[in-house]
Design a protein around this ligand. Structure first.
Ligand code: TLP
Length: 344
């Protein structure tokens, strides 16, 4: 049977033989006692990479975001975020259920909020209002089509946050994609945030795992909530080893995924009725609108599946395709051919 070209997400990658070898050979201990040497090494490495005091290994990007927000807010506070960001829209209402906060949503352009919009959303210091406590940004922005947050805008937002005494969280699930595409080091992005979460199980190809990075004081608080949420893990060096392997080997190659996404967006752009601007495809996420073809997103998805290509419908007319380390140039060629057969 022909191999499926799975473009539903960069979460679908399988650990390579080299990564599995690192996992098998990992030294382990009980991480709830802080005694897993591989987890400790991964946490040290992550903190160093992002030039922060400390980091903590958690099971998922969702848990990382939820813990970071919980540790920096009080019930009844308000946080400011883009209306399509992951921690507001795709984490099962977790911020309301677990942190008890309101989310003041604003619509960014491809997920990118401007400092003026955020300024307007900060509540007056008056007892009628919730207390604005934190600004949450996402880089790259998933629903924005893998858009990269301009560093100058982040700096302006940080200045505003400092003036207003607000904390800043970065959902950096795909921060390494942003860094490889922009040439800006992850620590330069991280500098302007109190907390950063990033994922090992997306573009970096691990089976599981995310980290929250920040000051030692903040990470200590996150540690407590991780325990409370049932996120304490034991001989978890076995998966932390995959994370170390990924950080050592899988970052520079992200540019191949970006190249494949560009190629795909160029091919889609040439099809009549498909709406996409290839210039806006900056990293590994390609979102295109099929309304002009007379088909809807679900039927395009179904027909592509019949041809061995998997994508995700994101709205009645929008489809998402994500490139990653388990799809090569040949696979992309097959995907593009299948798209042509259906849409041209
Ligand atoms: N995104 C996944 C799923 O939600 C579908 C995907 O396929 O894109 N932040 C961002 C920006 C994300 O894109 C995701 C996952 C998360 C956080 C949550 O990570 P996990 O799935 O590990 O909880």
């Amino acid at each position: 049977m022909q191999k499926l070209v799975d473009l539903r997400s960069d979460t679908v990658t399988k650990p390579s033989p080299e990564m599995r070898k690192a996992m098998v050979e990992a030294e382990v201990g009980d991480d709830v006692f802080g005694e897993d040497p591989t987890v400790n090494a991964l946490q040290k490495k992550a903190a160093e990479l992002l030039a922060k005091e400390a980091s903590i290994f958690v099971s998922s990007g969702t848990m990382a975001n939820q813990l970071a927000i919980r540790a920096q807010t009080h019930h009844g506070d308000e946080i400011i975020a883009d209306k399509n960001c992951h921690n507001f829209k795709f984490e099962s209402g977790g911020v309301a259920a677990l942190s008890g906060v309101l989310v003041h949503t604003i619509e960014g352009e491809r997920g990118i909020l401007k400092v003026e919009q955020i300024k307007e959303a900060i509540r007056p210091k008056d007892h009628h209002f919730a207390i604005t406590r934190l600004i949450s940004l996402e880089n790259t922005h998933n629903q924005g089509g893998g858009s990269i947050y301009p560093l100058e805008e982040i700096i302006r937002i940080r200045e505003l946050a400092d003036e207003e005494g607000l904390a800043m969280h970065l959902d950096g699930a795909r921060l390494f994609n942003a860094s490889v595409a922009s040439g800006i080091a992850v620590k330069e992005y991280a500098r302007y945030f109190d907390s950063v979460s990033f994922c090992l199980s997306k573009g970096l190809g691990c089976p599981v795992g995310s980290l929250v990075v920040g000051s030692a004081e903040l990470i200590d608080k996150v540690h407590r909530y991780r325990k409370m949420y049932g996120g304490g893990m034991r001989q978890v060096g076995i998966i932390a080893a995959a994370g170390i392997y990924a950080l050592d080997h899988n970052i520079p190659r992200l540019k191949e995924d970006h190249g494949n996404a560009k190629e795909l967006s160029g091919a889609l752009h040439r099809i009549k009725g498909v709406a996409i601007n290839p210039e806006e495809v900056e990293t590994n996420i390609v979102i295109f609108d099929v309304a002009g073809t007379g088909m809807d997103a679900q039927s395009v998805t179904d027909r592509l599946r019949e041809r061995g290509v998997l994508v995700l419908p994101r709205s009645p007319t929008r489809v998402r395709a994500v490139t990653h380390l388990d799809v090569d140039v040949e696979d992309m060629g097959r995907a593009i051919e299948a798209i042509h057969q259906i849409l041209s």
